[in-house]
Design a protein around this ligand. Structure first.
Ligand code: BTN
Length: 256
């Protein structure tokens, strides 16, 4: 899948550039990488602070699949980043649904997947990945309302950015190859092995409401399975975990 790479020192947002390129017909596998972003975007319209030292990249994909399985692309990107970090630095990495990459409970990477589709088919999917690589988080991320870390802080030394980008790209290629064949189980299995919220009490914020329950892992389309306080089971396809408190299952009446 290795195709053109557009490399910049500074852009507004690599996702926006990738989207423009995709609209102009750039092929699957095209990647946009930047050293800094002035308008980095996170999920739910949040800002993604993007100082030098971080990794900011966006990948154009053109999957011809049932839109139902598109959330698995977001999961596979998270798994790819987590596995790349694990392989290169032997750090203990986990995933917070749907795709925050955590080290010791602190966020080191986030993924923003955006899709454009026509009436009949998906035109393109942009997978945007931000990784706190050589960043001093205390200096740059004072306004964040969640704990963050960087690879440099976890390892006590700077990492080689190019090496990590290559590893992430290779892992995404492997998983995406399987995805295109309809072989989703390796992706689901890899995700389930890294699931930080499994059997934890979580609060999920969707566009409509906040749902509280015990996270019971993901289904085969990447939706989060929840057991509510009432004992009722439900699934959430899109949202984010706004809190997960460990070891509270029993005291909250969530015995399984
Ligand atoms: C999140 O966790 O909220 C998602 C963060 C995604 C950030 C990346 S950085 C590269 C790409 N360009 C953007 O503007 N956002 C994504």
């Amino acid at each position: 899948m290795r195709k053109s790479i557009f490399y910049y020192q500074e852009v507004s947002s690599t996702n926006d550039l990738a989207k423009d390129l995709a609209k102009k017909g750039s092929e699957e596998g095209t990647m946009v990488i930047a050293e800094r972003q002035t308008k980095g975007r996170g999920r739910f319209g949040r800002t993604w602070f993007s100082p030098e030292g971080g990794i900011y990249l966006s990948l154009i994909l053109r999957p011809q699949v049932n839109p139902k399985v598109i959330p698995l692309i977001t999961l596979l990107a998270g798994v790819a980043v987590a596995e790349a970090i694990k392989a290169l630095y032997a750090l203990s990495v986990m995933l917070k649904w749907p795709n925050d990459v955590l080290i010791n409970g602190k966020k080191v990477s986030g993924i923003l997947t955006e899709m454009e589709s026509g009436i009949e088919a998906i035109n393109f999917v942009i997978v945007g990945i931000g990784i706190n690589a050589n960043i001093e988080t205390r200096r740059w991320f004072k306004e964040l309302d969640y704990p963050a870390t960087s690879l440099m802080e976890e390892l006590g030394k700077r990492i080689e950015i190019k090496k990590l980008i290559n590893e992430v790209q290779a892992k995404i290629e492997n998983f995406y190859f399987l995805f295109k064949q309809g072989n989703y189980s390796p992706i689901l299995e890899a995700y389930r092995n890294l699931d930080a919220t499994f059997e934890k009490i979580v609060e999920i914020k969707t566009t409509k409401e906040v749902i509280k329950g015990k996270a019971m892992g993901i289904d085969n389309y990447g939706s989060l399975k929840l057991k509510l306080l009432t004992g009722e089971k439900t699934k959430v396809c899109c949202g984010e975990v706004i809190s997960n408190r460990l070891n509270e299952g029993k005291s909250q009446g969530f015995e399984t």
